[in-house]
Write a protein that binds this ligand. Sequence first.
Ligand code: OGA
Ligand code: ZN
Ligand code: ZN
Length: 388
Amino acid sequence: MNPQPTARIEAGGAELVLDDARYPAIWLRDNCPCADCALPGSGQKLFGITDLPSPAELTIVEAAYGSGEVSVRFAPGGHTSRFAESWLRAHRLGANLPYDDRAEDAKVLWNRATFASADSLPGASFAQFARDESTRLGCLDALLTYGFFLLHDVAVRERAVLEVAETFGYVRETNYGSLFDVRVEQNPANLAFSSLPITPHTDNPYRDPVPTIQLLHCLANAAGGGESGLVDGFEAAAALREQNPDAFDLLARTPVTFRYADESADLAATNPMIDVDVLGRIKGIRFNNRSMRPLTGRLPVERVAEFYQAYRAFAELLYRPGAQLNFRLEPGDCVVFDNTRTLHARTGFTAGGHRHLQGCYADLDAAASARSILRRARAEAAQGSKSS
Ligand code: OGA
Ligand code: ZN
Ligand code: ZN
């Protein structure tokens, strides 16, 4: 048996101390879970920061521990809050880096050698994915940790890609419509609509926000060539940081404009090629040689060559043969990937061969939500089978 925890008031009422963990009064007051302070169910707060006393004024005047709960009374105002001890321990300050499912420490970085063969890539048949929750959870886990998964046996039917996206989120409509066709056109305005190879890239860095998920569904691939490739942009960025930290910093700090313009659209967005969060963790990649526009802005002229050196070093890492996972999409296959991390590519194909993909965009927030709901259902089912 552990001894009973002790809940003490310290620092003249400015802090609660539960054994060795410290909780500032204002932090506790802001997180009061009572029904006057937060909606039951969603936990949505019912007050704003200006409704609370100032942090300098607020003190804890009483604290008690009992039955796994800590109760604290505040002054001024006399509000009482009750916190589960387990909740306080799970939320102790300064213990862990904040979890962010987009940042590199929530990911498993990979290269070609990580996967034994094209048959061992994360994925499932679409029928099983649609029917079976644990298969769907496995695929969404793969999307959020590896940055992709593959579905097989999707109907070889136009627009089926939209049905795939709707199983875990919402289609992001753009100026290209709800979906886009990738096939050879007579006078292509976009490399995608030719039979030429396309080097690894992320799509649409000229949007802000970029579409965070991309799907590519194969309707026909009777061409010689036309193989697909994926590259883990986070792995390459981490390698750049290791080998050449100055180059990494320059790419993380230099705004680059990407633009796409045709008769009916003029889209531009300015952001760095490597996004890092305030803790320095990699959390996004924008890489597209086709839509990159001239560097302008605050980069001093003297640093332009250095920028190009860094850009080139990053590209060389992304283009390493050992970085790229290669596979062939056959009719009915659909690859789903994180467009903020995973670059995609294709090899060139015989100009006469019939190759047709349909693609669409969706977003990671909905996929992450679908994963959380599936996890919750699994935990509740496990709990239910334990208690019954
Ligand atoms: C694209 C693209 C890949 C392919 O259209 O942006 O990357 O396999 N196409 O044709
Ligand atoms: Zn309250
Ligand atoms: Zn693309």
